[in-house]
Structures are given as C-alpha cells and as structure tokens.
Design a protein around this ligand. Sequence first.
Ligand code: NAD
Ligand code: UDP
Length: 313
Amino acid sequence: MSYKKRVLVTGGAGFLGSHLCERLLNDGFEVICLDNFFTGRKENIAHLLPNSSFEVIRHDVIEPILLEVNYIYNLACPASPVHYQHNPVKTIKTSVAGTLNMLGMAKRVGARMLQASTSEVYGDPTCHPQVESYWGNVNPIGPRACYDEGKRCAEALMFSYHDQNDVDIRVVRIFNTYGPRMLENDGRVVSNFIVQALRGEDITVYGNGNQTRSFCYVDEMVDAFTRMMGTEDFSGPVNLGNPTEFTVFELAELVREITGSRSAIIHKELPADDPVQRQPDITLAKERLSWEPKVQLEEGLLKTIKFFKELLA
Ligand code: NAD
Ligand code: UDP
C-alpha cells in the first residue's frame, strides 16, 4: 500500500504539465497525468513512464471523471492562440465544463485544486504593470474571447465553489512562459522565433514589434505552482511571471543574436486584439510565496534553443 499523496495533473502531457509531473515525482508524490493529447505529446512524458508512481489517463476534461486524489492541478487547455482559436467552442468547453468537472471531483473527494488561469484575464490592459485587483479589458466577442472569457469563467467557478461548497482552491494567473518542450509549430512567439532562426527562415514580427511581453522560464513557473499549492489560507488569484518586460522586436533581435542566425526580421499583420503591453506586478507572489524569478531571458533562451536544435536535428 502506498502512503504517498496522490496528485492529478490535467494537461499533464503538455508543455507546463509535463515539467510539473516531473517536478512532483521528484518531490515524492504519486502523479496521475490526464490528457486528451490535443497539444500534449507522449514524448513529453515518455521518460516518466518507467516510474511506478506515474500513471497516464487519456481523457477529455469536458467529460466527468472520478479519481481519488489529494491535489488537482487543472492545466488542461490549449495555450497558444493558434491552437485555442482552432476550435473556439471546444476551448470554451474545456475551460468551463472542464473546470466544473474538476471542481466537482475536488468537492467529492476533498482535494485541494489549483487552476491555471492566465494574464489574458486582463485582456489588453489599461493598467500597467498588471496587479491582481485590476479587473481587465477583454473583448468578449473577439478572436481571443474563447480563451480569455473561458478562463475568466473558470476563475468565477473556482471562487463560487470555494464560497458555496468550501472547496480548497488556488488560482494562479500565468504570464508568458517558455522553455524546452514547447511545440515547434505551436505559434507562440518564443518557439516561432527560435525555430525560424535555427532554420534560417524569416523571423516574423507581427505589427511593428513594439508590443511588450514578460517571459518566465518554465522551471521557475513550475516551482511557483508547487509553492502556491503548498500555501495555507491563500487562494489567490496571484500573478506568476517574470516582471522584466521586452518588446517583441527586442526578443526577435536577441534570438537572432544568440542563435548566430542570418535570418531577416520581417513584419506581418498584427492579429486582432493582440495586447499592446503585458508585465506582471508580482508583489503578492513575493510576499505570499517567497517567489521571484531569477533566470534571465538570455539564459532561458539558451536552454530552449538547445532543445529545439536537438529536435530539429
Ligand atoms: P499546452 O498546450 O502545451 O498544454 C495544454 C495541455 O492540455 C495539452 O497537453 C493538451 O493536450 C491538454 N488539453 C487541452 N484540452 C484538453 C481537454 N479538453 N482535456 C484534456 N486535456 C486537454 O499549454 P501550456 O503552455 O502547457 O499551458 C498549460 C496551462 O497553463 C493552460 O491551462 C494554459 O492556459 C495555462 N497558461 C500557460 C501560459 C504559458 O505561457 N505557457 C500562460 C498562461 C496560462
Ligand atoms: N508574435 C509575433 N510573431 C510570431 C508570434 C507571435 O510577433 O511569430 C507576437 C504576438 O503578436 C504577440 C506576442 O508575439 O504580440 C506574443 O505572442 P504569443 O502568441 O506568444 O502569446 P500571447 O499573445 O498570448 O501573449
């Protein structure tokens, strides 16, 4: 009989989820990875399969399921605009029905549940840097709405289950995170630029490139998840991200420089509703989780470039 605490990671075969499964196994938990493999890959978790504390379930969170677990990390949801806009209705169902199902399970088995929310709940923010008390500026019918409003509804569900049913909840608002195991064709800016630079293709900056993002290295984000799950008497929401802000054009130049690529930087049309600026205020995370990212963008990019070089070889 095992006395280890059991953890469910939905979206566990994805980019963040696979790193989280790895970390939780190292921390001595039993881990169940649940995924429908829409953007997740078996290769991301293949190295964990020999571990007897690791299990995988192919399942879609929009269908109910009951598992006896102590903790639930609900990460299931495509995160790249290209993927979440592929089937917007399914994206909404994943965030709304999926979170509802996981909350139902958490209530039934008494599990603590962490929801992967997003900086996108702030939309195209008029408050900069973004603090948790800011309510956001989201277009409810635009191309990003399926993701943004789905995640906003998921937050509302989390707090309603907490207030109404005493479910023990944790809500983290994740800002742009990058690292090994991003998909090569995922459409997000870091993977796009690195793959383009390594292949000698044009680096595609959307719009003039003056829009900003703040990029956090994956290991530090996963560390913050486990800290948040481990806190007592703090449900969040809490911003998690690296507060150092870059323009998209600066990122393109940096990637070109450190890959030694001769790719040209070209401009393409800016997608509708693309947020102009994004930077987390992480005062709360520092205070409540004693957490602050230390990995500089260049250092994290080098590790990510190494991953893509091996993948493309
Ligand atoms: P990802 O696309 O790599 O991972 C998502 C995982 O969820 C994939 O394995 C996918 O197959 C799975 N999935 C999708 N729909 C599902 C469904 N209906 N049922 C079961 N599994 C399903 O993305 P990621 O970057 O690892 O993001 C993980 C979570 O973190 C997501 O909820 C995302 O919204 C959130 N997030 C990520 C970032 C970031 O920068 N990476 C930023 C903000 C929020
Ligand atoms: N972007 C870009 N070129 C690309 C992919 C993205 O210029 O090939 C821009 C995109 O328009 C946005 C930023 O990079 O302004 C971040 O895009 P991503 O899709 O990674 O994340 P999000 O917009 O959700 O923050």
